[in-house]
Write a new protein. Structure first.
Length: 65
């Protein structure tokens, strides 16, 4: 829901959501383990989800005028 909330904030619109119960095979939460990437390259992401979505929305609004 963090992605949807961030999109709503940065787009200035509320999403129409139809929340259903968890379905078989759904996972409650998940995340990427980037430790191997860091060990191999020294790269560590610096952009938060919120900032990344904000930058995407800003780009999208300009690109699709």
């Amino acid at each position: 829901m963090d992605y949807i909330s961030a999109l709503e904030i940065h787009l200035g619109k509320k999403a129409d959501k139809n929340m259903l119960p968890m379905q078989p095979g759904d996972v409650y939460t998940t995340w990427a383990d980037t430790e191997d990437l860091f060990k191999a390259t020294g790269y560590k992401p610096q952009t938060s989800v919120d900032e990344g979505i904000k930058q995407f929305v800003d780009w999208y609004k300009i690109y699709y005028k």
